[in-house]
Design a protein around this ligand. Structure first.
Ligand SMILES: *Cc1c(COP(=O)(O)O)cnc(C)c1O
Length: 223
């Protein structure tokens, strides 16, 4: 097995205080997750509904699952009964469906709004203007079964560290802007989920409160 425990320790030791780790376990087997679990890790992230469902059924119930992938509205009902946080909300439509299903389940689901700042055309997420629009439109204020806890973003997949840093700074400025405008008195709005294996050391010096790391812990994914 890939040295999951050693890698997890190394990653955790390198994170400054106040930055939480979401261990991204997509495409990795349950035994890898259990290796990290045995070291004390409880927060894991997955990006496919079916894979998540199987792992949730199979693995300890005190795991906090975060959903980080593109989520179709017709899949929301399957994950809402147990998911802790959906990090990849990028439309009002999706937010409404989460609200509806969470109400049915009698739960409050934490969500992050996913930003699109990177240059890649294929990535999901809200542009800065779409984010402002979604929030100023105000419909989210009536949703008592979703709690908006912050923003999530991916930086461009490039070698240029300046560019990556400047994208995270754009994320941080947007966070500050919307925090002040819409969430000034809401302590729950506090998370900046940025940083993956390739760029988390940059992310933590540019405002990250939560890193999402897969490969550095579990090794390369086998698709
Ligand atoms: C897969 C994935 C990650 C983890 O990527 P690694 O490079 O393996 O650390 C983080 N965030 C999102 C949204 C992902 O899809």
């Amino acid at each position: 097995m890939f040295p999951v425990k050693e890698n997890l320790r190394r990653v955790l030791d390198s994170l400054p205080e106040g930055v939480r780790l979401v261990a991204i376990s997509k495409y990795h087997p349950a035994e890898y997750i259990m290796a990290a679990y045995d070291e004390g890790q409880r927060v894991f992230g997955e990006s496919h509904e079916q894979e998540l469902r199987q792992k949730h059924e199979q693995l300890p119930k005190d795991i906090e699952w975060h959903f980080i992938g593109h989520l179709q509205t017709n899949k929301v009902k399957y994950i809402v009964p147990y998911i802790t946080m959906i990090q990849s909300v990028d439309s009002l439509k999706l937010l409404r469906e989460i609200e509806k299903q969470a109400e049915k389940s009698g739960r409050v689901v934490k969500v992050l709004l996913e930003l699109h700042i990177a240059e890649e055309a294929t990535k999901y997420g809200l542009t800065p203007d779409a984010l402002r629009q979604l929030l100023s439109d105000g419909k989210w204020r009536q949703m008592s079964h979703v709690r908006i806890c912050g923003l999530m973003m991916m930086a461009s997949n490039v070698d240029d560290e300046q560019q990556i840093a400047s994208e995270f700074e754009t994320g941080r400025r947007l966070f500050d802007e919307v925090k002040q405008q819409f969430f000034a008195s809401d302590d729950a709005f506090c998370e900046r989920s940025w940083g993956m294996s390739a760029d988390f050391p940059i992310a933590v010096t540019h405002g990250s409160t939560m890193v999402r790391i897969g490969t550095d812990i579990f090794g390369p994914r086998v698709y």
